[in-house]
Write a protein that binds this ligand. Structure first.
Ligand code: FAD
Length: 112
């Protein structure tokens, strides 16, 4: 489950230069490959779902979503990663989102 697009921080870069087993690949392409590999092994991926809180005390763990729904699971792996610090410039977040969408669009166009 991911609050944004699948791939996390790596989709923000046009070039992943040192990932094990891969000499050079775009972040978008690596994320796409990881996604399809995981799906081939039966992994169900849900994007655009923000987890608001977790209840982990019982055997059946509860994941409460921002949209006031919840999922239950026998196990939970938390990998919330990192976020780059913003400098507080005007419209900074808007430009970051625009760059992100442009990078994704360009990758889709050039990868066919
Ligand atoms: C510009 C750039 C270039 C990079 N280049 C390289 C490189 O060449 N080689 C390299 O090895 N690494 C590179 N990295 C670093 C690499 O992208 C990160 O180390 C890697 O993405 C970390 O993966 P992660 O899964 O731990 O975390 P993240 O990629 O941060 O993923 C965490 C995910 O958790 C989600 N999340 C967080 N909180 C919630 C919540 N409450 N509910 C639901 N979802 C949530 C986020 O949306 C995010 O998708 C680069 C990073 C950037 C930004």
């Amino acid at each position: 489950m991911n609050e944004g697009a699948i791939g996390g921080q790596m989709v923000l870069t046009h070039e992943i230069a040192n990932y094990p087993g891969v000499e050079n690949i775009s972040g978008y392409e690596l994320a796409r490959t990881m996604k399809s590999q995981a799906q081939k092994f039966g992994c169900v991926i849900k994007s655009n779902i923000k987890i608001a809180s977790l209840e982990l005390n019982d055997d059946l763990k509860k994941l409460l979503l921002m949209i006031k729904m919840f999922y239950t699971s026998n196990a939970v792996i938390i990998s919330t990663g990192g976020k780059s610090r913003m400098i507080g410039a005007l419209s900074e977040n808007e430009f970051k989102v625009r760059v992100f969408h442009t990078v994704q669009l360009v990758m889709v166009i050039f990868s066919g």
